[in-house]
Write a protein that binds this ligand. Sequence first.
Ligand SMILES: [Zn+2]
Length: 222
Amino acid sequence: MVRKTLTPLEKRQIEKIGIKLNAEFAYEIIPVQILEGISREQQCYANVAEKIKLDNGTIHYGWSVHFNQGLIIEAERHAVWEDENGDLVCVTPHPAGYDTVIFISDNTQVDPNWDTDNVRLNITANPLVNDWITALNAIGEFNRRFSTRIDDDILAVAAGTEQAENALHQEAAFIYGLILGKRAERSDCFCGSSRKYMQCHHKNLSKRIEEIMAGIAHLTLR
Ligand SMILES: [Zn+2]
C-alpha cells in the first residue's frame, strides 16, 4: 500500500515525538523492501541480520513512528538495513502494509533485548486519550517485567501475575471503549465501584496502576 502524503499537521506531530525521544536526527521516510519468504513481522533485528548475510551492509537502529487510531502517535524501537552508501532500507513488513516507514535514526541507543517500551503522545484534545496512554504504558511495563516471549505469538507471564495482567488489560479496553463511545461522563466505572468513571478511576489512574504493580512487585520474572 502506498503511503499517502503526510499532512503539515502529521509532520508537526512526528516532529513532536522526535522531541520527546530526544532524537538527534529529523525523521525520514524510508522504503520497505521485504525479503520474500524470509522477512517476518515484528522481527526487524533478525530480518536485518538475514539481509546482511545476503547483501553485506550494516544494522541501523532507531524508531519507527505510527499513528494509532487517529488518537496517538507512537514510536517503537526499530532496526533497518543500511547499505554500503549509507542509504536506509526497512526489511520488515509494515504493520499497516505500507511501502514506506516513518523512521527516526537513533544509533546511539542500541537495545538488543528490545526492552524499551513504545513512546506515545496524545494527538487529540481528549483527556481520556491520556488515560489510554497511561494504561498502555502500564501494559508495556508489565510485559517488560513479568512476561517472556516463547515465540512470535505467545507470551508467558510470571505465575501469580495473571489477575494484575487482566486488570490492566480490562482498564485499557474500557478506556478505549469510552473514547470511541463518547459517553465518558455517563459511564459507570469498570471497577464496579458504582461511581462514574470520570469520578472514579479517571481521577487517580496512575496511582491505581502503581498499586496493581506494587502488589506483584515481588514476583519478578528475571
Ligand atoms: Zn473505578
